[in-house]
Design a protein around this ligand. Structure first.
Ligand code: IMP
Length: 197
């Protein structure tokens, strides 16, 4: 079985990803590697950041590893907040302030199309591979629901009449940007390990 280090200490993300990679590979967190570094992510694209985090781990530990980076891209705002989604309203990374800023910017806008996009960078046997997951939807005019995190209460995925924050975790994971990127990672790893045998 593959062993991969995931460049996060977010237990929620680890569980979500581990459940999708069940039986195929074992995921280790940064904490298990004793890594408490504040890994830099100072690029201006999701691809750049994901890649930077994976290379940081690979250079330091020489391990097979992967990293993810996600952004909410709003069409009427030219793809904003995108790579700056976490700190859209400032360094405090406050989800309430981020949502308030976005709702304010879209006040009265008729085009509310948006998408979440996740990029995963995998480094395995020293080679990098990128995977992308997208979920299309729209930004609601006000918050709905209590579940989830980040922008979930104001994002409604296409084909649903509820926000991400009103879906169960299972419903969200089945269609989410991160879920879709991890499915591509899964397919790649499955194929890769079969070829190696
Ligand atoms: P990260 O790259 O996964 O840390 O995501 C960056 C930022 O995008 C987060 O701080 C959230 O604001 C937002 N975000 C990422 N994934 C989600 C999601 O599934 N729902 C809502 N917001 C998200």
């Amino acid at each position: 079985m593959n062993e991969l280090v995931f460049s996060t200490n977010n237990q929620h993300k680890v569980e979500e990803v581990q459940s999708k990679l069940q039986g195929l590979c074992k995921i280790h967190t940064l904490a298990e590697y004793g890594c408490t570094d504040d890994i830099p992510e100072d690029h201006d694209t999701l691809e750049g950041n994901a890649s930077q985090k994976s290379h940081y781990l690979f250079d330091k530990y020489g391990c097979d590893c992967f990293s993810d980076d996600t952004g909410l891209e709003v069409e009427a705002l030219g793809g904003e907040p995108g790579v700056y989604s976490a700190r859209y309203a400032g360094e405090a990374k406050d989800p309430e302030a981020n949502m308030a800023k976005l709702l304010q910017k879209l006040n009265g806008a008729s085009n509310r199309k948006a998408r979440f996009r996740t990029v995963i960078s995998l480094i395995i046997d020293g080679e990098e591979h990128l995977f992308e997951g997208i979920v299309n939807g729209k930004i609601l005019t006000e918050k709905h629901g209590e579940k989830g995190f980040g922008y979930d209460p104001i994002f409604q995925p296409e084909g649903y009449d509820r926000s991400f924050a009103e879906l169960t975790m299972e419903e969200k994971n089945a269609i989410s940007h991160r879920g879709r990127a991890v499915e591509k990672l899964y397919a790649f790893l499955k194929d890769y390990s079969q070829k190696k045998q």
